[in-house]
Ligand binder design. Structure first.
Ligand SMILES: Nc1ncnc2c1ncn2[C@@H]1O[C@H](COP(=O)(O)OP(=O)(O)O)[C@@H](O)[C@H]1O
Ligand SMILES: [Mg+2]
Length: 381
């Protein structure tokens, strides 16, 4: 058991504090996954640096770890693109230690949507059963999209986070997305055939409304607790007094979802898609009442991105009772030395998190890890 010297952010109100245990990925075997034909890695230390030239497979290695935690790649939903060119499928195996207990996780993709996830040789009935068992947080170079991109990336971030904390939320989300898809194809069909069957829409709305309402309620409560944590991290990372406002933006704030759905039906029929719902939600960042993404400098964007990720890390840790695995891809390229130092200190000095960090420059990586004064290993690819 590792003693936590300092929890920099205190306890968040809605999550119960648990006794802390440790989680560590000890071994990883990749077969026909992206550029890895057959490779085996052993991780002996809590902090693992991965160095190598561009294109050697650093990001792919982190992505394989992400895959074992989430049953999917961080970068793509298409399993076919993870298969090594010219091969038929891939296999990933990870040996995790959770407070002394061993877990062998295997993800096997055989092509043509045939996929299995196993925990200690037992196949899951649903992949969702695995979500939340080994939480991890990835920070990758293109993540700034989360700040400046469309609302979809922020919804995905939020959903990924809450789903790891609450299996019920994930179930509601699966139901919502399925019914929404059915509703949209029905609307499209009605437009094409110029015939409307309102009773069919009633049936779908009766399923969509409670799922959407439940997701909304949970997002609202969750964000209320999360936003101050993000704000605090932002102040710490940026080293400024800049006051950041974050707001949950949802059509459901002004009207119950069932009512909104009913009201927008004629508009939905005209547009052949569903215009109201939690699939339109957003998290809005403001600074001095101006939209952050429009005027924030690159430095401010990066600070906010890291604040979001660190808040994610904190919440998972607080809720789960152990630190998520942290995957930092090429962050040296993106952060100045003081932001970088702050980030590493937050996760390495104050927590027992396992950290994987990549860099093209072995010396720079070695130096940063030496400064941290924690046991580490460097793998050169
Ligand atoms: N499905 C695939 N099959 C074979 N090679 C792949 C596949 N997907 C990506 N790669 C290769 O992986 C390499 C990039 O790996 P990456 O992890 O991004 O490198 P790094 O992060 O070290 O710069 C590229 O050479 C690319 O061609
Ligand atoms: Mg890379």
């Amino acid at each position: 058991m590792v003693t936590i010297n300092k929890n920099p952010l205190g306890t968040l109100p809605i999550w119960q504090k648990k006794v802390y245990c440790t989680v560590q990925l000890q071994q990883l075997k990749l077969t026909q996954y992206k550029n890895y034909y057959i490779d085996h890695f052993t991780f002996e230390e809590r902090v693992v640096g991965i160095s190598g030239l561009n294109g050697v497979g650093k990001t792919n290695l982190l992505d394989a770890i992400h895959y074992l935690c989430f049953t999917k790649s961080y970068f793509t939903n298409s399993d076919n693109s993870n298969v090594q060119t010219g091969q038929q499928g891939f296999r990933l195996e990870g040996l995790f230690d959770k407070d002394g207990e061993a877990f062998k996780i295997a993800c096997i993709f055989r092509g043509q949507n045939k996929k299995e996830i196993r925990c200690n040789d037992l196949e899951y009935e649903k992949f969702s059963q695995h979500i939340g068992l080994f939480p991890c947080v990835m920070i990758a170079p293109d993540d700034v999209e989360l700040i400046i991109g469309g609302s979809e990336s922020r919804r995905r971030w939020l959903d990924t986070l809450i789903s790891q904390l609450d299996a019920h939320y994930l179930q509601q989300l699966i139901v919502y997305n399925k019914i929404l898809q059915q509703r949209n194809s029905l609307l499209k069909q009605f437009t094409e055939t110029r015939r409307v069957d309102n009773s069919l829409l009633d049936v779908l709305d009766a399923q969509l409304a409670p799922a959407g309402q439940a997701i909304f309620e949970e997002r609202r409560v969750f964000l209320q607790a999360l936003l101050p944590v993000i704000q605090q991290h932002y102040l710490d990372i940026s080293g400024t007094e800049e006051y950041l406002q974050l707001q949950y933006d949802s059509q459901l704030l002004t009207q119950p979802f069932a009512e909104g759905l009913h009201q927008s039906r004629s508009r939905d029929l005209a547009a052949a898609r569903t215009n109201v719902g939690i699939h339109k939600d957003d998290v809005v960042f403001l600074m001095q009442n101006e939209p952050f993404k429009q005027f924030a400098s690159q430095g401010q964007r990066k600070s906010l991105l890291f604040a979001l990720k660190l808040a994610e890390f904190d919440v998972l840790r607080e809720h789960k009772g152990f630190s998520p695995i942290l995957l930092l891809d090429d962050v040296f390229e993106k952060l100045d030395a003081s932001r970088m130092g702050h980030l590493l200190e937050q996760v390495c000095a104050y927590t027992d998190a396992q950290l994987f960090i990549t860099d093209t420059h072995k010396d720079r990586l070695q130096e940063a890890l030496n400064e941290l004064d924690v046991m580490h290993q460097i793998i050169s690819l």
